[in-house]
Design a protein around this ligand. Structure first.
Ligand SMILES: C=C(O[C@H]1C=CC=C(C(=O)O)[C@@H]1O)C(=O)O
Length: 370
């Protein structure tokens, strides 16, 4: 069993690209190990592999191509679990707080001036690592966040990223797909039965409405679920699922670029909010709030058991399956530091102090396993 992680470790020591990941609530951990150190991009999203995309949708998406890689998997590996030690969790400095609150105030003012309705503003926090071994950090993420998409991604020319994200960007199987609209945050206090303020309800509704509108050119039979409260680590969010069928004329690229970056990570209208983020956030988000996941992999589904035609039952159906996640609750390891990325949705009724506290609460998702 340890061989699995040893292989990944060796691959990393050889400075070869890889991704190792586990999907939400699954027991299988998968690794895709690229055989060369080539930096490969995708723009059409037609290949099979694992894609890693930045926030800025004008920048290139990186691909680990299935054809150039070895795939391994293991079920229920033994994991390191650690108890969070709040003493060890460094606090962000007063200057960082001031800087973030200033940015949030600027965002609120821009909304009041009518530049946009919502903007997601973020920051980066550096933590010095005691143990900088990415595989053991990855194992701790696996142990702690069963309902997240947990990953460790590496390319020698790009860097090493780890995360445990609660948010799916899009899942497509054949021509059916679903999209998650996740936004609004409060700290989990032992119950899912909570009251949401108008600010959070509105900020999440913006995301749902945007997704539905953006999908209209490429989708039909669009269905919207009820909005529910979901737990993600120490936090609660509001979630709505949108499902639909791809029009015969549409393709995956159209769907991805219609929705990414969604107002859950960018804002509304998309262009104005994105321009504001690129201009006013004083750092580069790079892959934070981008997306990542399996691209066009073969998924084998058994035919429906109710079918009359016996012959049909004998054959499983192979469909192309894509499962992309939004890169949230993530960090980049650089030398002996972890750069943790956190942000929150700002609307007209945001309170800068509360928005700061929200980023502090979100930073604990990563800090508590370091
Ligand atoms: C931008 C982040 O979260 C997004 C996802 C869920 C809730 C969010 C919020 O309440 O602001 C954000 O839209 C982040 O965690 O860095």
């Amino acid at each position: 069993m340890e061989d699995f992680f040893k292989r990944v470790q060796e691959h990393h020591n050889l400075k070869l690209p890889f991704v190792v990941y586990r999907k939400p609530n699954k027991s299988e951990v998968k690794a895709i190990l690229q055989k060369s150190d080539e930096l490969i991009f995708t723009s059409e999203f037609k290949e099979q592999g694992f894609v890693f995309s930045p926030f800025d949708n004008t920048e290139k998406s990186i691909l680990i191509r299935l054809a150039d890689a070895e795939v391994m998997s293991i079920e229920n590996p033994i994991l390191d679990t650690i108890k969070a030690d709040p003493q060890k969790q460094t606090e962000a400095s007063a200057t960082e707080k001031q800087r973030h609150m200033f940015l949030v105030k600027k965002g609120i003012n821009a909304i009041k001036e009518g530049l946009f309705k919502k903007v997601v503003l973020s920051r980066k926090e550096s933590v010095t690592l005691e143990n900088k071994d990415p595989i053991s950090i990855f194992k701790r993420l696996l142990g702690k966040y069963a309902s997240a998409f947990v990953y460790c991604w590496y390319h020698p020319e790009v860097g090493l990223w780890l995360g445990a994200t609660p948010e799916t960007l899009v899942k497509i199987e054949g021509n059916r797909f679903s999209i998650m609209a996740l936004a609004g945050t409060q700290v989990y206090k032992n119950t899912l039965d909570v009251v949401w303020q108008d600010k959070e309800i509105q900020e999440q509704q913006y995301v749902t409405d945007f997704v539905v509108d953006s999908l209209k050119p490429s989708a039909e039979s669009i269905k919207v679920s009820d909005t529910t409260t979901v737990k993600a680590g120490n936090l609660l969010h509001l979630k709505t699922m949108i499902s639909a069928q791809l029009k015969p004329t549409a393709n995956l690229k159209d769907v991805i670029y219609a929705i990414h970056p969604t107002p859950a990570v960018c804002g509304l209208p998309k262009k104005a909010a994105k321009d504001f983020i690129l201009k006013e956030e004083d750092y580069n988000r790079s892959f934070y709030t981008g997306f990542l996941g399996e691209l066009n992999l073969d998924a084998i589904t058994s035919p429906r058991s109710g079918r009359r035609n016996i012959e049909n039952r004998a054959y499983a159906i192979t469909r192309k399956s894509t499962q992309l996640y939004v890169n949230l609750r993530c960090m980049q390891l650089v030398n002996d530091k972890a750069n943790i990325y956190i942000g929150g949705g700002i609307t007209e009724s945001s309170n800068p102090e509360k928005e700061w506290e929200e980023t502090v609460a979100k930073s604990l998702v990563m800090k508590s396993i370091l």
